[in-house]
Design a protein around this ligand. Structure first.
Ligand code: PXL
Length: 251
């Protein structure tokens, strides 16, 4: 059973709907805890209303009563420092086998999702040490490290290495996203594991980035839950997202 803790995007482009769709396409069962309700469509996000920390905790508790504590968790938009604190406490109480963090700090659709003050600090101090895989894009990697967003692949690789040292022992940091282009047709996913640095290249699909980060990290968790190695899971998640970008869009 895979868990996603993330925001609700009614269009299903990003957030919990995107995550559960992705899990289903890997034939994984899943449940979802909503952290915020948004009003948006691709390209226009007009409102974000966060849940309370108490409501997030209640959702988690009811699920745990039927499913037991989670073994595989994906964290997406946590929306507020209060929610991130609650989630950090729940993870610490029963540490899951895998926690994949997609550190949503801002929406690609605009400033409406600029997150509550203090969230960055809670993510850095309370969540990163509990995470087994973190998947920032270049901008998020820069914010997490308090440095400029990496532009060159070599800078992204050193950012991944710096983040890896802050994760749960044995964790993996990936710096990913379409901004890390290699020529016009490929992109680089910079991977830092406990034992090595490597760049995995994938096809660069032209298209709307909305929801790609959510789907990448959800696919990664699904592939890891099926026992795949990190490089295999990364390639699989990349292919999954590239195919999704190329889909005939209806919304
Ligand atoms: O892609 C970032 C993101 C994550 N989660 C939710 C969102 C967005 C961007 O709009 O709405 C719920």
């Amino acid at each position: 059973m895979l868990w996603t803790i993330a925001g609700f995007d009614p269009s299903g482009g990003a957030g919990v709907l995107a995550d559960t769709q992705t899990f289903t396409s890997y034939a994984c069962e899943s449940v979802a805890v909503a952290t915020a309700v948004t009003a948006q469509r691709a390209g226009r996000l007009s409102q974000v209303v966060p849940m309370t920390g108490a409501l997030v905790s209640e959702q988690w508790a009811r699920l745990a009563e039927i499913a037991g504590p989670p073994s595989h968790v994906k964290l997406g938009m946590l929306a507020t420092a209060e929610i991130a604190e609650v989630v950090a406490g729940l993870l610490a109480a029963t540490p899951p086998e895998h926690v994949v963090l997609d550190p949503v700090l801002r929406s690609s659709a605009g400033p409406a999702l600029e997150v509550g003050s203090g969230l960055l600090e809670v993510v850095r101090e309370r969540l990163l040490p509990q995470v087994t895989v973190v998947t920032p894009n270049a901008e998020e990697a820069g914010r997490l490290l308090g440095r400029a967003a990496p532009v060159a692949v070599s800078d992204a690789q050193s950012a991944a290495r710096a983040l890896q040292s802050q994760l749960r022992t044995g964790g993996t940091a990936l710096v990913t996203g379409g901004s890390l282009a290699v020529g016009t047709r490929q992109l680089a996913i910079c991977v830092a594991t406990a034992s090595e640095d490597r760049v995995i290249r994938g096809a660069r699909a032209a298209g709307d980035p909305h929801g790609t980060g959510c789907r990448f990290s959800a696919a990664l968790l699904a592939a890891l839950s099926q026992g795949r190695s990190i490089p295999d899971a990364v390639r699989s998640a990349h292919r999954h997202v590239a195919q999704w970008i190329r889909r005939p869009a209806s919304l």
